[in-house]
Design a binder for this molecule. Structure first.
Ligand code: GDR
Length: 322
């Protein structure tokens, strides 16, 4: 019998890469989506309609799927939006994780079948003043409604592990991008706009804080750690990050240079896009993942930018031809 995995948020960027990885490894993969029938996911996946805000059907679904591994990726994951919708963000991102943990615990008790649980935690939970490199032990000090909700979920995972002996792990994800990144996140916003500008489909690109430095990684690299974490004998939390930081400005410069454009001619700053708090630098210490999981990121910053802009240039060409 193939191993069975359940991925919440399977139609997001990470859900896409993780489901491909698990299918390649021979898993039977189930996914939760808000609406079935509206996506372009592989036919090899079994999709179930599920809304984290209405968890009544969760027990029944787990009984039907009988997963050995649960990857909880679904969330309201936009920091800016969380300031406008703090309650909804907490319900989905914070309480949603608690609903998943509790349903998995009840399933384990009832069926006497162990389940390994992965939580997509975030670098946003940390005190960004704590030092140049953040580790699994860095102090937690969330500074947005989104970060508060993720910190709550993170602590609940640790609580279920310690109080109930569950195999529950936090993968503390630093920024990770890909050609499948939603356009509301800054990297994809930049690669889409730059490609449109190159083809004369757009004149300007409006951004907020260009000085924020992040350890931008590739989503395809990051999902490998999610799987590795659940293959260990003992559950633990792991930082998932690259080890070098680059500013938003450097990402802009790299992408525009690739297209042989001078970014100074196209960028406008909109103060409305600045956040009440924006960490100046975020970078993770991946010693634990390196030592215990033998993992390290493979795609560099420049490769990531190229991968994204090449794909968006192709898309823009198709759009301009239609
Ligand atoms: P972030 O990602 O908030 O770090 O969260 P995002 O791409 O939104 O922002 C990264 C940095 O870019 C700056 N920025 C802008 N951001 C957006 N979205 N739009 C702009 O126009 C813009 N201009 C500058 C931001 O201020 C910020 O400093 C991502 C999400 O995936 C979270 O879910 C995840 O937890 C963290 O990464 C790790």
């Amino acid at each position: 019998m193939p191993p069975v995995a359940l991925i919440t948020g399977i139609d997001g960027q990470d859900g896409h890469y993780l489901s491909q990885l698990l299918l390649e490894k021979g898993y039977q993969v189930h996914g939760f989506v808000l609406q079935t029938g509206q996506n372009t996911l592989s036919e090899k996946l079994t999709l179930h309609q599920f809304d984290l805000c209405h968890p009544d059907t969760l027990g029944e679904l787990l009984d039907k799927i009988r997963p050995q591994e649960v990857y909880h990726l679904a969330a309201q994951s936009h920091v800016s939006l969380s300031y406008e919708r703090p309650v909804e963000t907490m319900k989905i991102t914070g309480m949603g994780a608690l609903h998943m943990l509790e349903a998995v615990r009840q399933f384990e008790i009832k069926e006497k079948q162990p389940v390994k649980f992965f939580q997509a935690s975030s670098s946003a939970i940390f005190d960004d003043q704590a030092g140049p490199l953040l580790s699994e032990e860095s102090p937690i000090h969330p500074r947005s409604p989104y970060a508060c909700a993720k910190a709550y979920a993170h602590l609940q995972v640790q609580n279920y592990r310690e109080a109930h002996g569950m195999f529950a792990c936090n993968g503390i994800l630093f920024n990770h991008e890909s050609p499948l990144r939603d356009e509301s996140f800054v990297t994809r916003k930049i690669t889409r706009a730059a490609s449109h500008i190159k083809l004369g489909l757009q004149e300007k690109l409006t951004l907020g804080n260009l000085d924020a430095e992040r350890s931008w990684g590739y989503a395809g690299d990051f999902v490998k750690v999610m799987w590795l974490m659940l293959q260990q004998d003992e559950p633990d939390d792991y930082i998932i990050s690259t080890t070098e930081t680059h500013s938003v400005r450097e990402f802009v410069e790299t992408v525009f240079s690739y297209l042989e454009l001078d970014y100074h001619n196209y960028i406008e700053i909109d103060p409305n896009l600045l956040r009440p708090h924006d960490a100046p630098v975020l970078c993770g210490d991946i010693t634990r993942a390196k030592t215990k999981l033998s993992w390290q990121p493979e795609v560099s910053f420049a490769e990531l930018a190229r991968l994204m802009v090449e794909r968006d240039l192709e898309l823009a060409k198709t759009e301009s031809a239609n």
